[in-house]
Design a protein around this ligand. Structure first.
Ligand code: G4P
Length: 528
């Protein structure tokens, strides 16, 4: 197959949802359609169940699963689909944000009864800011839930989206009869039998025909006619360009558990979802069709075997072909590296491959060369940006609890930070180390992993920090900045890259600093 055709047949996306909305179930059904797995239950949920925060075996088990499900790939009607897994647990939100830098589009799952939930809001906001094309799947239609119009309204209001339904439910819960597929002009009748492979689909080209009444009953048929008319009046027509630009979001209804409405979603997805998209680097926009390989690391996963400290770096291929045993430039280290066993991902297994294409993810074995955000190229010195660190929400001093193992502790902290587990700040005043995290769970993960993978012990100590913000003096030589550094010396730290960070102890002190030093900019992400 020609290189350009390989690119055109790829769709790389993520499924995002609030925990329990049905992300795992939907992913599994998509894999079933692709013939990548044979039975339901093969894909394990990687969510951390409530109450599992102190159960380290659980965390380890989850880490194992999340390696396996980090990338799930399958073939469907000649397309190569790559699904990138995004953890739903809010303590791992940063992981999800980073993964979103490697997708070309997303599917947002919403629970029909719960509507738009907190995590959905946060994740969709990130996608919206980056204009990532989104399709919404309203799940669990076999249950009683909110009215379709109410939900569409809620999605528009809370998620700030412009929706266009491409399917419409006929009844819901106990009365759920099926869906009218606006995209394909047919009706899909619901039998509630998840074992069915073939859905009963009836072509309905004319909604006023009496066939509709026979299929779903007169009342439901009339209801559907009214609702579709209303929907047509209220929502814009589907427009491919607007969808791809992130300005319009198609909506589908269905029930993942019952494997209902999933094929419709998938068929439309492969037709409209973008193929690998061009990406901005610090010097130019790079197009997937370019001959020379470029890619970037968006995730690093430590090996599960504590005896081998090797890690898997997940690289999204942006342009060109990635080939085994070929030297590539690690731009940050200015060093050529060769990879003898790059992993490609299929359903729930990984295999060594010779060639991968734009849109694909390769897993590279790494002994400590990679950090999140690193760029690999065929020689060109360009860097992909856009994987910022976010201002953490929790802060604690980290102390060495075993003086004999201080080297191990250093190394452990260093590597865990490269993996993006948390952020390290070093206080300017006394060099003490502060760990900042998005969720409290990470402290336990770090402590556990330091001990089991590096043989080091740590303790934590509370520290009163309200917010960390990156300080951009604009002009480092001006008097205002000098004054700021003197007055706030106790609250200043450096991040791993050596950037100056202000650890404000309260919202008030941050506000005061902003007012007193107008020439200094305070940023809440590490890239601006
Ligand atoms: P997540 O990955 O988004 O966290 O959600 P997951 O797929 O694990 O689904 C959460 C729960 O919702 C599961 O039930 C799952 O069976 C159920 N579910 C998913 N899709 C549908 C649907 O279309 N209809 C109905 N009625 N339920 C659905 P659970 O009891 O928490 O787990 P399990 O014991 O069934 O695995």
């Amino acid at each position: 197959m020609k290189f350009v055709d390989e690119i055109k047949r790829r769709r790389t996306f993520g499924v995002i949802a609030h925990p329990d909305a049905g992300k795992t179930t939907l992913t599994e059904k998509l894999l079933l359609f692709g013939g990548a797995i044979q039975e339901a239950g093969a894909v394990k949920s990687n969510k951390i169940k409530k109450g599992a925060t102190s159960d380290f075996m659980e965390i380890e088990r989850q880490r194992g699963i999340s390696v396996a499900t980090s990338v799930l790939a399958f073939e469907y009607n000649g397309n190569k689909i790559n699904i990138l897994d995004t953890p739903g647990h809010k303590d791992f939100a940063e992981d999800t944000f980073r993964t979103l830098t490697a997708v070309d589009s997303v599917i947002v799952v919403v629970d029909v009864a719960k509507g738009v939930e907190e995590q959905t809001e946060k994740l969709v906001e990130v996608c919206r800011m980056r204009n990532i094309p989104m399709i919404v799947f309203i799940n669990k239609m076999d249950r009683e839930g909110k009215d379709a119009f109410e939900l569409l309204d809620e999605i528009e209001q809370k998620l700030n989206l412009t929706v266009t339904p491409l399917s419409f439910p006929i009844g819901m819960g106990y009365d759920f009869k099926g869906i009218y597929n606006i995209w394909e002009h047919n009706i899909n009748l619901f039998t509630g039998d998840p074992r069915r492979d073939i859905e009963e689909t009836v072509e309905i080209s004319d909604l006023s025909s009496s066939e509709l009444d026979q299929l779903v009953g007169e009342k439901a048929a009339n209801n559907l006619r009214d609702e579709l008319e209303l929907a047509q009046g209220v929502y814009p027509e589907f427009d491919l360009e607007a969808y791809r630009a992130g300005r319009l979001q198609p909506v589908f209804f269905g029930s993942a558990l019952n494997n209902f409405g999933v094929r419709e979603l998938l068929d439309c997805f492969v037709e409209i979802a973008p193929t690998p998209t061009p990406k901005q680097s610090d010097v130019r926009v790079v197009h997937p069709e370019e001959k020379e390989f470029t890619g970037f690391v968006f995730k690093i996963h430590a090996n599960m075997d504590p005896k081998h400290r090797d890690r898997l770096a997940f690289v999204k291929i942006v342009s060109g072909k990635f080939e085994r045993n070929t030297p590539y430039l690690h731009v940050r280290l200015k060093k050529n590296l060769k990879f003898s066993s790059p992993n490609a991902f299929f359903a729930e297994k990984k295999e060594i491959v010779d060639t991968s294409y734009p849109g694909d993810i390769v897993g590279l074995h790494d002994t400590g060369n990679f950090k999140i955000g690193d760029t690999l190229t065929q020689g060109e010195e360009l860097r992909y940006r856009g994987i910022p660190s976010f201002s953490p929400e929790h802060f604690r001093y980290i102390n060495n609890a075993d003086p004999m193992k201080s080297k191990q502790l250093e190394k452990g902290i260093d590597q865990l930070m490269d993996e993006g587990v948390a952020q390290l700040f070093k206080l300017e005043l006394n060099g003490r180390k502060v760990i900042g995290t998005v969720g409290a769970l990470q402290y336990e993960v770090i402590q556990y992993r330091l001990e089991h993978e590096y043989g080091a012990k740590c303790t934590y100590e509370n520290l009163n920090v309200h917010k960390a913000c990156w300080v951009d003096p604009q002009d480092p030589k001006n008097e205002e900045f000098k004054d700021f550094k003197q007055v706030k010396a106790r609250y200043l730290a450096k991040d791993k890259k050596g950037q100056l960070v202000f650890l404000a102890d309260s919202a008030f002190s941050l506000q005061m600093a902003q007012q007193k030093y107008p020439s200094i900019k305070f940023h809440f992400t590490s890239e601006w």
